[in-house]
Design a protein around this ligand. Structure first.
Ligand code: COA
Length: 348
């Protein structure tokens, strides 16, 4: 992304649609510690072969509290990298949104801690919880706040540390193999070019599906018919087969809905930046939709499913590799707990 001079807050009043929205910079941050399939074989009954065949994951990252790693520290590091890429400072930001389901505390939000860490002064800051869809939902919000003239510069961070909600024993083996920790950030800014920004966006949820992925805290959180088990408090409970079915179906429907809204053909999209839920889900949906391999980025083999961080981590790797750049049409696609699913098609 080409950098531009920093803005001064507050944003000047503007008329809706007079200008566009561009991605000024991206960044990401991963914990130092690697958790390989071989590491998991030592603590639960599983195998590298089983994990790779069912998920495509070889290793994931895991925070270490002794190194002071947390959702907050990863978020701040990702944002600092994005600010540097955009040649901005924290003081240039009007608003910070953190998409996460693993904030350290219920209050304050991770976004407030990040704002303090990067010196964002009195910029607005809040968290969004839409599980794996959180970054895409938040990017859509950021876009419309800028397009509507309310703000000039909004940072959106997707960050999660699901390792804190895992049971690394046999009881948790169907979830512990999937999830990893990380953070990714993107800075959205107003531009005089009105052709840049969202061509279409979708945001959906189906609360009926809440019990397919949930984190119980007390007895009343278990769905009807499921016995309370205190050993599961604070641990992700997932109906893998139901999520798999939901994700495969949703993936292609969501892409089609977004293309239809924008009036754009799939062949004209330069890159699909998709939530890395499971390689089989990505491959099944890609084949069903006819997307070529080079147009659907995959990093799940190296980082696992990083929930809210998944899409911005991919985006940052693609931007830094020069595979996503100004002029491209790029689609974000995500789905996850809630159930939630969302997309955006960007003209960069
Ligand atoms: N290692 C070895 N065996 C395992 C295992 C592991 N880590 N986890 C589960 N198994 C076993 C099960 O106990 C079961 O054994 P059984 O047949 O003797 O009862 C068998 O493998 C099949 O279990 P199942 O849960 O049906 O496997 P699956 O083929 O559905 O794969 C998932 C499990 C979780 C990998 C798969 O359902 C999935 O990827 N779902 C989507 C999850 C997802 O993407 N979530 C994130 C959404 S954002």
């Amino acid at each position: 992304m080409s950098p531009s001079p920093a803005s001064n807050r507050p944003a000047a009043p503007a008329t809706t649609g007079r200008f566009g929205v561009r991605i000024a910079g991206t960044g990401s941050s991963l914990p130092v510690g690697r958790l390989t399939n071989a590491d998991l074989e030592k603590v639960m009954e599983t195998s590298d072969e089983w994990i790779v065949q069912r998920t495509g994951i070889h290793e994931r990252r895991r925070i270490n509290h002794e190194l002071n790693e947390s959702t907050h520290t990863l978020s701040a590091a990702a944002l600092r990298a994005a600010l540097s890429a955009a040649r901005m400072t924290g003081a240039d930001l009007d608003l910070i949104i953190v998409a996460t389901m693993t904030g350290e505390m219920s209050c304050p939000s991770v976004a407030c801690l990040v704002a303090k860490s990067v010196g964002a002064g009195h910029a607005g800051a809040f968290d969004v919880n839409a599980a794996c869809s959180g970054f895409v939902f938040s990017a859509n919000i950021a876009h419309d706040l800028i397009k509507g003239g309310t703000y000039k510069s909004v940072a959106v961070i997707g960050a999660d540390t699901l390792s804190t909600l895992m049971d690394y024993s046999n009881a948790g083996r169907s979830t512990a193999i999937i999830f990893g920790d990380g953070a990714g950030a993107a800075i959205f800014r107003a531009t005089d070019d009105p052709s840049k920004g969202l061509l279409a966006q979708c945001m959906h949820a189906d609360g009926e599906g809440w019990k397919d992925i949930y984190v119980p805290r007390e007895a009343r959180d278990f769905p009807a018919g499921v016995a309370c088990d205190p050993s599961k408090f604070g641990r992700v409970q997932m109906n893998g087969a139901a999520v798999f079915k939901f994700a495969v179906g949703t993936f292609s429907d969501l892409i089609q809905e977004t293309l239809d809204k924008a009036g754009v053909a799939a062949a004209d999209v330069d890159m699909f930046v998709c939530h890395q839920s499971n390689l089989r889900i990505l491959t099944a949906a890609r084949e069903r939709f006819g997307i070529s391999e080079e147009k659907l980025y995959v990093n799940i083999d190296r980082v696992g499913n990083t929930v809210g961080a998944s899409v911005p981590l991919c985006l940052d790797e693609l931007v830094r590799a020069g595979r996503v750049k100004e002029g491209h049409k790029v689609m974000f696609v995500a789905f996850g707990g809630g159930l939630t699913w969302g997309s955006s098609l960007w003209q960069l």
